[in-house]
Structures are given as C-alpha cells and as structure tokens.
Design a protein around this ligand. Structure first.
Ligand SMILES: Nc1ncnc2c1ncn2[C@@H]1O[C@H](COP(=O)(O)OP(=O)(O)OP(=O)(O)O)[C@@H](O)[C@H]1O
Ligand SMILES: [Mg+2]
Length: 362
C-alpha cells in the first residue's frame, strides 16, 4: 500500500541561520550544542510514512517537537530542510495560494483547546470549514449536521457553545474537521484537556468513526496509553528526533532505548498485548488435539487470560487454517504483565522446562 502522507528527513530549526544549523545537525551536532548559540532544533531528521486509513500517533514529552512536526505536515510551518508529500504532492514545493487550497480542502486540524466562535451556533461552528471553502449555506448546514450526528451531537445544532460541556465542545471541533471531508486529520493533543472518562469516550468514538470513515490521521499525545489505544503505529519523539516508530507491541515489548522503556512502565499491558505477542512459538504440534481453549494470534490478552483460567493446560494459538502457530502457558501470561524489559531472566527449573507443553486434557 503506498503512503498517503510522507515525511522525508524533515528539520525545523528556530533562530539564526537555520539552514546552517540543519547542516550541523546532519553532521552530528546535537540539540544542546545549537542551543548554546541561541538556536532551537525543534525537529531533527524526521522521516515516516502513513498509509491511507492509518492512525499514526506521535508521542513524546513536552518540548520534544510534536506540534512543530505537525505544523510542517500541513504547511503552516515551512521545514528548514526535507519534504512533506501528501497524496504524492510535495507540499514543500507549493506556493502560498496552492498550499491554502490544499489545507482548506484536504487537511483538517483539531487542537487541544478547540476555539469555538462564541456567537455562532453549534451548527455554524461545525460548518466553519465548509464556509471557508465557499460551500453554499444549505449544503454546508446539511453536511455539518451530519458530522455533528456522527459525533453524537444530534439535537444540539441550534445551541450556543457555552451551553455545551468541555467534552461536547471538543466534539464540535471534531465535527468541524469531519464536515469538510478532508482526507487527512491532524489532531494535536485533541483529547488532553478532557476528564479521563470523557477522554476515553472520545477515543472510542474516534475509533468507531474511523472504522467507517477511514481517514488518514496523525494524532499527537504525550499519553502512551492513549497512543496505544489509538495508534496503528506510534512514533516516539525525544529532543526533536523520532527515536522509535513501530506498533504498540513493538514499543511495549521491544523499546528502542531506556527513554522509550520508561514510558511503557505505566502502560496497561493487558490492553495492548495479543496472543501473537505472548505466545511460545515453538509448539510441540499436538496442542490443538485437546480441542478446547484455542485462540488466534490477534486474540486480546484479557480473553486469553480467561481462556487460560478455564483449562489446566496451555492455550493453543491457531492460524486461519487451524494450524498451531504457538502456545500460551500461564507463565507467559503472568510474565507479560510484569515489568517487561529489564525483568529478571526466567529461571530454567525442571518445572519450567515442561511448562510449554500440553500436560493434561480438560
Ligand atoms: N515559533 C517558535 N520559535 C522558537 N522556538 C520554538 C517555536 N515553536 C516551538 N519552539 C521550540 O521548539 C521546541 C519544540 O516545541 P513543540 O511545541 O513542537 O513541542 P511539543 O512536543 O509540541 O511540546 P508540548 O507537548 O508542550 O506541546 C521547543 O523547545 C519550543 O520551545
Ligand atoms: Mg505541542
């Protein structure tokens, strides 16, 4: 599948002589060296590709360069070096007017504190992007009403923003982004200001919308749990650089360095892991014979635990043809919830040695 959005060796340097500074970074200078000269390297050599319909999450601590990266993706900031390609078009090569056109029609942004117009109705707020595009009133109201409905706000069209809760206002922001039919949604900490329960609700709603709308989404957060719930892929940024780009399981099970690993400490592993990630891939071959307690590679961890608890033997993992591709002994389930990287090596006691085998029938 070809990429819808591509970043190629993107740099953004703020301050004096940015191009020269980007050259120095390319030659191995680090952020601190440049800072001494009063120059900030906000994004350093960022490359990635986002496939159509994917949610690509960028996460990292405050100041790591996430928002700067996002603003280069929609052309609000010009990269110091590198290219952004969207639908095969090099955004960095476009003139200001062409760029505005692409931004108005194909890209939508949703911010952390969505600034609604206080003296316009919810419907008019949701229709704002369409008004900018010059869509006639009747059509834009119809499309905005549909977007509000998708975001769970049917019946609120004629209300004023201050009659809505924070979570509902954020939904209006999302509806505004969806109403324009933009292919690319850029979301910068869109849910971060919401209470935890409402935030989860919004995450669920986004995932549900995404199942039908299949937008290409770049979602920024500094919450790894949120990143793991939403992201098909996650890029972790540190001091301007992408230090790892992978799936939730990659990040959790194979963190690129201690910095990435430190984020994963607070993650609820049971929500991320699947059978494929925890299974023993050297099954003996007769595991499927027991005829019960089988899983598939994408069986969620929680379900796997429930299966494992029902039977006195390991759970067999079968592929689509019914062939055994792995087994999950209880040891693996418990181990997966442990500390992950850095956890002590397993001890090879005789009991452990038989643990991967099916020892009894239910
Ligand atoms: N317009 C600007 N001029 C100078 N420096 C800037 C500018 N915008 C951002 N920076 C600097 O670039 C670095 C990255 O900032 P950025 O806003 O991209 O971080 P972030 O990861 O989005 O952080 P946060 O999580 O706090 O939003 C910071 O050191 C910031 O001070
Ligand atoms: Mg930011």
């Amino acid at each position: 599948m070809s990429a819808r959005l591509e970043a190629e060796h993107l740099y953004k340097v703020f301050g004096r002589r940015p191009k020269e500074a980007a050259e120095r970074l390319r030659d191995g200078a680090d952020r601190e060296e440049l800072r001494a000269d009063g120059t900030t390297a906000a994004v350093i050599d960022a490359s990635f590709a986002v496939a159509p319909g994917q949610i690509f999450v960028v996460m990292g601590l405050s100041g790591s360069g996430k928002s700067t990266l996002l603003r280069m993706l929609n052309g609000l900031l010009e990269p110091t070096a590198g290219h952004v390609r969207f639908d095969g078009q090099d955004l960095t090569a476009l003139g200001a007017a062409e760029l505005r056109e692409v931004r108005a029609r194909k890209i939508s942004m949703v911010f952390q504190h969505f600034a609604l117009f206080p003296h316009r109705s919810v419907l008019e707020n949701a229709a704002y992007g369409l008004a900018v595009q010059g869509v006639p009133r009747a059509e834009r109201e119809e499309r905005a009403a549909e977007a509000l409905r998708l975001c769970g706000l049917a019946g609120w069209e004629r209300s004023w923003p201050d009659e809505l809760s924070g979570g509902m206002q954020q939904r209006v922001g999302l509806a505004r982004a969806l109403a324009t039919d933009a292919d690319l949604l850029l979301m910068d900490e869109s849910f971060s200001a919401l209470d935890p329960l409402i935030r989860r609700d919004m995450q669920d709603q986004l995932l549900q919308l995404q199942r039908t709308l299949k937008k290409t989404i770049v979602f920024i957060t500094h919450d790894l749990n949120e990143a793991m719930r939403l992201g098909d892929r996650i890029a972790v940024m540190r001091d301007g650089r992408i230090v790892q780009d992978g799936t939730a399981e990659d990040i959790l099970l194979r963190p690129a360095d201690d910095y990435v690993a430190s984020f994963t400490k607070d993650v609820d592993r049971s929500r991320v892991l699947t059978a494929a990630a925890v299974m023993d891939t050297e099954p003996r071959g007769d595991e499927a014979d027991c005829g019960c307690a089988t899983a598939t590679p994408d069986t969620p961890f929680g379900e796997l635990c429930a299966l494992g608890a029902r039977v006195p033997h390991p759970v067999a993992v079968l592929d689509a043809d019914g062939a055994v591709v792995g087994v999950v002994p209880p040891r693996r389930l418990v181990g997966a919830l442990g500390d992950g990287p850095g956890a002590p090596e397993p001890c090879d006691s005789p009991r452990e040695a038989t643990d991967g085998k099916v020892t009894a029938r239910a």
